[in-house]
Design a protein around this ligand. Structure first.
Ligand SMILES: NC(=O)c1ccc[n+]([C@@H]2O[C@H](COP(=O)([O-])OP(=O)(O)OC[C@H]3O[C@@H](n4cnc5c(N)ncnc54)[C@H](OP(=O)(O)O)[C@@H]3O)[C@@H](O)[C@H]2O)c1
Length: 329
């Protein structure tokens, strides 16, 4: 047994109302498990949805939130081979908003020591989502364009960097003018403050290059703008709904332009991709990170005891990066 501090909710609802910090005893790791001393965990939009009860899976209550995190292996359970205390691991959720976790070793991914706790804590959700959406729907050729909204999001920033590294161009729609310069520095080929007339300026922006993939994390009018930027046969992938508005796609785009609409959920993708493919994807992402080509900016780090302030900040408009929890604090 060892001590653990963690956030818990006993009913779904507004996070500020239903979360509480508890201290408890954690049993020794069971067969196949490792005990991880957690270092960092991210606060993502999906964490809010899970706690509110509006996510694609319902929590088994009482539940510890947190969909990703990272830490150091502290102890190994019976039958666990090839793992040693001190290994830094990427830990998938649920339950990462805790100072310690017992988790199946097979679900963890070891990362080289050069990968810091912060990047490791953000490696499960957003970079893989960007990677998978860029690879699973369209076979992009060098010079092809990808258009996306919510380009300032963690996923959006990963899309920009991965596309740049692989030779694809990105047209990035933002809602704040001050974000334009920020994304240009990351490697965006074009950044535009979103407005309904944008598709009319498309040729001037892309030089007529093929726009084959659209990534939508907003919904509503914004999704329509992204769809209108697609060339014939282009694919619109919806993976988020930050505006909480339904998709609005003009009928003619499907009839005359043969636009295809898909949804994407990384959780489902993990279930179908297989351990080898997952390991290969993580290895590529780590390689890009260590080569200085992929980073996820951090806005602020809050101690676990400061969880209420962390959630408030995570819900703020115009954050330049992710909010992280320091699980040692
Ligand atoms: N389907 C999946 O598997 C999957 C995986 C990962 C993420 N996601 C989803 O992807 C989206 C982005 O996640 P993230 O963690 O990358 O986000 P994030 O880093 O927390 O950033 C939030 C983004 O949403 C924008 N935004 C917030 N409210 C908005 C609104 N009402 N209208 C338009 N834009 C708005 C923000 O713009 P400002 O910068 O201007 O504030 C920012 O770009 C979320 O919906 C998340 O649930 C889905």
């Amino acid at each position: 047994m060892t001590e653990v501090r963690r956030l818990v909710f006993d009913r779904v609802g507004p996070p500020a109302e239903v979360l509480r910090l508890e201290e408890a005893e954690l049993p020794d790791p069971g067969p196949g498990q490792v005990r991880v001393r957690m270092e960092r965990a991210s606060v993502n939009p999906a964490d809010f949805n899970l706690i509110e009860g509006t996510y694609g899976v319902k929590p088994t209550l009482p539940a510890v939130p947190g969909n990703e995190g990272a830490g150091v292996v502290e102890a190994v359970g019976p039958g666990v081979e090839g793992w040693a205390a001190g290994d830094r691991v990427v830990v998938p959720g649920p339950g990462t908003w805790a100072s310690r976790m017992n988790v199946e070793a097979a679900r963890c991914t070891r990362v080289p020591p050069a990968v810091g706790a912060e990047f490791a804590a953000m490696l499960t959700v957003n970079p893989p989502t960007a990677w998978a959406m860029l690879h699973e729907f369209v076979r992009l050729e060098p010079g092809d364009w990808v258009v996306q909204n919510a380009a300032t999001s963690a996923v959006g920033r990963c899309v920009i960097q991965i596309a740049r590294a692989l030779g694809w161009k990105t047209l990035n729609l933002v809602r704040r003018p001050e974000a334009v310069a920020e994304l240009a520095v990351l490697g965006a080929d074009a950044v535009e403050v979103e407005d309904a007339a944008l598709p009319k300026r498309l040729r001037a922006i892309t030089g007529g290059g093929p726009v084959r993939l659209g990534l939508n994390a907003v919904g509503g009018e914004s999704a329509a703008t992204v769809a209108k930027c697609l060339g014939p046969g282009g694919v619109l992938v919806t993976y988020g709904a930050m505006s909480r508005q339904p998709l609005k796609i003009p009928n003619g785009l499907l009839i005359f332009n043969d636009i295809r609409c898909h949804g994407f959920w990384m959780t489902r993708h993990y279930q179908t991709m297989g351990a080898e493919a997952k390991e290969a994807m993580f290895a590529r992402l780590v390689e890009l990170h260590l080569a200085g080509k992929l980073a996820v900016p951090v806005d602020a780090v809050f101690p676990l005891s400061g969880w209420a302030a962390a959630l408030l900040r995570a819900g703020a408009e115009g954050r330049p990066g992710k909010v992280l929890l320091d699980l040692e604090g």
